[in-house]
Design a protein around this ligand. Structure first.
Ligand code: ADP
Ligand code: MG
Ligand code: MG
Length: 888
């Protein structure tokens, strides 16, 4: 096994082995770009080190051999006293990670070689500047000395000389500073700064290995779902110097604008500087465009290289470079991060440039990005006061009055106030308050904190872990620096960026939604450019996708919106929503009916209302399939709350004026009370024990369909039976339904061609899908209930209670209600699909749980061979896009 690769030996496909930085340094080297020579220690070496506590035995010799080769190429030895070779030791995992060790520059300098470097460069100041940087970086990152101690000493040196920038310190000042720095190291680290160059290098390498397991790095990996066993590579790179005077410098650049995608010159440059100086903000950088007048030759070369890189990577790249006395060096490149909007724009621009094709363009965007673009957002032109910044935990733009406890959140929202719940962190007791709030803001916790998990589940805006906020729940206020925010003060939070603002920031609708709604078309200004890009990408997706996308919608209004968003039918119309509001009383009567006569009366009262709902819905979805689910929820949901009712009756009884109806209701509530309503009398079970209920619903559906037919419409209705566990249940319901349908057909002189199918949402149904398919013309996987029943937990109870702990312990990467659990629930879906199709090859297969709009799950359903997914209207574009990406 080989543990060390020269930059000339690697390439960009070796990210697993060489890390992102190493793989791309190798790629640039092989492209013939000016990269300072060096080599990479593999992630495999790191893994061995982490597992066994020491580096692999072969590593030392391999490093020595590569170092010797580097030394002979450079014509000098590491740390050589009269002309030292210096190197940087740079960490570089497969995914870039905050919390990993910083890079150490100028390794190889010592009390002796610093003079050698000075005389070689003819610049004493430069040599001492490099040395003080080495001690500072090495002290901080390798020896664990508090970085501030060095910074304070540097500030003191500047203050003593009455100057403000580091470049104003001369060689003598820096020499003194080195002494001070060395003292700091000796005192804080309990050892002298190592004078041996190889020892410096080895210690730095080991520190990089160890930095894989710092708390911050671990936390970040868990949150970003990066496996914890990848390890990091270490890059040893010969130094080039941007701190050699005004004809030297260092900079960062993008090959195009990462915010808009536009071509142009984007970046920053700093003269006479090294490494992180550009981003650390120690001196003012100049826009990259100014480099043209500072050093035209290097600028031109850089522009050429950027084109080379973009053409080679076929994507936006970001780069880090250094100029040493007029000579340009490339120190890093990678495919650059971009905003969601830029991702869409860049993908279409690259298609236009002929760099990528449409299938590749689809891979350059994601459903998550599209979803982000669909949230309302804060008006970019608005004047804002930024209070702080946390983790963007659940997207959206929320404005409201600050409240610091759940009780107040609920109370205020009941009286019509919009509130933002602000807590240090939330716990299950905050649930009511979270529901009542526009958004949730916490000062602690990451992406898997209780607040983040629950808010995402509720689709509520959330910013968490905004550490600058000092939340004082007792005094009902928070302080941010000098600013005090009292209960009732208005704050605005942006769940897409993590930013927290004081006061009300105006919210504007997303242009992308305006476009889907048909209120905006492609045009010239910036928003429209985005819309045009989204329009094109959606067209690519629609062209290639195999999965059809339907909507979950219960009324004509939602159905029409869903159509505008591209729905190809309704996959789930929940009829229980037609039983609410003023109709609840009729349902009560149905439940309380003692005699057949009373029951029939109640059902006949409901029939025309249901029929009207269906007629409108079928009209809105004319020509497209509509799946109507017969009544599913447990009946107690239509009755008053048991505690409230008991109290009411008890009070009335004590006054001796109990009313007859309340008494009957209470009896019924008691009778229907269940310990586990989710597993109780619901779904098909209702149809089987309440005579006439399903027949009434089927009649309403059939009559509505007949009416549409006779009005020259094209209703395509599918009747769906929920919670079936065995084919016998389905057979009984079907027999009754077929009879009703035949009756309606005869009475209306129509042929309706209604199809009847079932939900697959119980493990038993999935396991006996071959039998069930005998009686079902279609299956729709109800993955919410299937997840509950396969895992044996109730969504309403567990998300707020133990999911946080599960996520933190890494038992799930993501809630199984958010993304389908492929191994468990998913394998049942796969199995049932196969069994069902074996019985009935033309069996139509769909899914109607929340998962239908989840990007990862959509890919899974594509792979399993379902015909369609169904999701809420707003998720339809996301599902279309992901279905396209899955097929491309
Ligand atoms: P990060 O992962 O934080 O970007 P890098 O390893 O890229 O860390 O190092 C940060 C900066 O240090 C680089 O952008 C570059 O400016 C400087 N640097 C690293 N290695 C060298 C080197 N061999 N010569 C000159 N500068 C270097
Ligand atoms: Mg870098
Ligand atoms: Mg269900």
């Amino acid at each position: 096994q080989k543990f060390v690769y020269d930059f000339t030996e690697g390439n960009r496909d070796l990210k697993d082995l060489l890390g992102g930085k190493g793989a791309n340094l190798a790629e640039m080297t092989n492209l013939g770009l000016p990269v300072p020579p060096g080599f990479t220690i593999t992630t495999e070496a790191c893994k061995v080190y982490l597992e066994s506590g020491s580096a692999p035995a072969a590593l030392r010799d391999e490093v020595s051999a590569h170092l010797a080769a580097l030394e002979s190429k450079m014509g000098k030895k590491l740390g050589q006293s009269d002309d030292p070779l210096l190197v940087s030791v740079r960490s570089g995992a497969k995914f870039s990670m905050p919390g990993m060790m910083d890079t150490v520059l100028n390794i190889g300098l010592s009390d002796e070689s610093v003079t050698g470097l000075a005389s070689q460069a003819g610049d004493e100041r430069f040599a001492w500047d490099s040395y003080r940087r080495l001690i500072q970086m090495f002290g901080k990152t390798v020896l664990g000395v508090e970085g501030e101690l060095f910074e304070d000493a540097l500030d003191e040196a500047k203050a003593a000389k009455k100057v403000t920038v580091d470049t104003d310190l001369d060689a003598a000042d820096l020499k003194k500073l080195v002494k001070v720095f060395k003292k700091i190291v000796a005192k804080e680290a309990g050892r002298e700064f190592p004078q041996d160059a190889r020892e410096q290098m080895d210690l730095a390498v080991e520190a990089v290995f160890n930095s894989w397991n710092t708390d911050r790095a671990k936390l970040y990996r868990r949150q970003e779902r990066i496996p914890s066993d990848l390890g990091t590579a270490v890059n040893i790179c010969s130094m080039v110097f941007g701190n050699l005077g005004p004809d030297s410098g260092t900079g960062v650049a993008f090959t195009r604008d990462p915010a808009s995608g536009h071509a142009g010159v984007y970046g920053d440059y700093l003269q006479n500087a090294q490494g992180e100086d550009v981003v650390a903000g120690i001196r003012n950088t100049v826009p990259l465009a100014d480099l043209e007048s500072i050093d035209k030759a290097s600028y031109d070369q850089l522009m050429t290289i950027m084109t080379t890189l973009e053409t080679h990577y076929k994507d936006l790249c970001d780069i880090e470079f250094t100029i040493e006395r007029g000579q340009l060096w490339m120190l890093q490149t990678r495919v650059g991060k971009r905003t969601a909007g830029a991702a869409f724009r860049i993908a279409t621009q690259l298609v236009d440039q002929g760099l990528i094709d449409e299938a590749e363009a689809l891979q350059r965007v994601s459903g998550h990005q599209l979803a982000q673009l669909m949230f309302p957002r804060f008006d970019e032109g608005a004047r804002t006061t930024l209070l702080g910044r946390g983790i963007a935990a659940s997207p959206g733009a929320a404005v409201g009055k600050a409240v610091f406890d759940s009780y107040t959140a609920v109370k205020w929202s009941r009286s019509g106030e919009k509130v933002i719940l602000i807590r240090r962190e939330t716990n299950p007791d905050d649930l009511d308050g979270m529901i009542a709030s526009e958004g949730i803001l916490t000062s602690r916790g990451g992406k898997t904190s209780h607040a983040a998990v629950v808010a995402r589940g509720m689709g509520k805006t959330c910013v968490c872990g905004a550490e600058e906020l000092d939340v004082d729940t007792k005094r009902r206020r928070m302080t941010v620096g000098e600013t005090v925010i009292e209960e009732g003060d208005v704050v605005s939070i942006d769940g897409s960026t993590g930013k927290v603002y004081l006061g009300e920031v105006p919210v504007v609708p997303s242009p992308v939604v305006e476009y889907f709604e048909g209120r905006m078309h492609a045009g010239a200004d910036d928003a429209d450019e985005l819309v045009a890009a989204v329009h094109r990408i959606m067209a690519y997706a629609d062209r290639v996708r195999r999965l059809r996308v339907r909507a979950n919608a219960d009324n004509a209004e939602d159905a029409l919106r869903a159509r505008r968003f591209g729905a190809q039918g309704i996959g789930l119309c929940r009829t229980e929503h037609m039983f609410l509001g003023e109709r609840r009383e009729m349902v009560e009567r149905l439940i309380l009916a003692d005699t057949d006569g009373e029951r029939d009366e109640a059902l006949s009262a409901l029939l025309p209302l249901q029929k009207k709902d269906f007629t409108e819905l079928f009209e809105a979805m004319d020509g497209l399939p509509v799946t109507v689910r017969l009544l599913d929820p447990p009946l107690h949901e239509f009755l008053p709350d048991i505690t409230e009712l008991s109290v009411r009756v008890a009070l009335a009884e004590s006054r001796k004026d109990a009313n007859e109806n309340d008494l009957r209701l209470l009896q019924a509530v008691h009778k229907l009370h269940e310990q586990n309503p989710m597993l109780g009398l619901r779904g098909v079970r209702l149809g089987l024990v309440i005579p006439g209920l399903f027949a009434m619903q089927v009649r309403a559906i059939a009559e509505a369909a007949a009416e549409r037919k006779n009005a020259k419409g094209d209703p395509r209705v599918e009747i769906m039976i929920p919670l079936v566990g065995t084919v016998q249940e389905l057979e009984i319901v079907r027999e009754e339904a077929d009879a009703v349908i035949a009756e309606v057909e005869a009475a209306t002189g129509t042929t309706l061609k209604l199809s009847i199918g079932t939900m697959i949402e119980l493990p038993r149904a999935a396991l006996t899908a071959d039998q069930i398919a005998e009686a079902a013309q279609f299956f729709s996987f109800g993955t919410n209930d299937l997840t509950q029943t396969v895992w044996g937990f109730s969504r309403d109870d567990v998300e707020a209670s133990f999911f946080t702990a599960y996520l933190e312990k890494g038992i799930f990467g993501v809630s199984p209600f958010e993304t389908i659990d492929k191994d468990g629930v998913g394998s049942l879906v796969r199995h049932a699909a196969k069994l069902g199709r074996a019985t009935r090859p033309d069996l139509k297969l769909g899914v109607c749980g929340e998962h239908g709009g989840d990007p990862e799950s959509v890919h899974f359903f594509h792979e399993v061979g379902l015909d369609y997914v169904s999701c809420s209207p707003f998720r339809i574009p996301v599902a279309r896009l992901e279905a396209g990406r899955a097929a491309a």
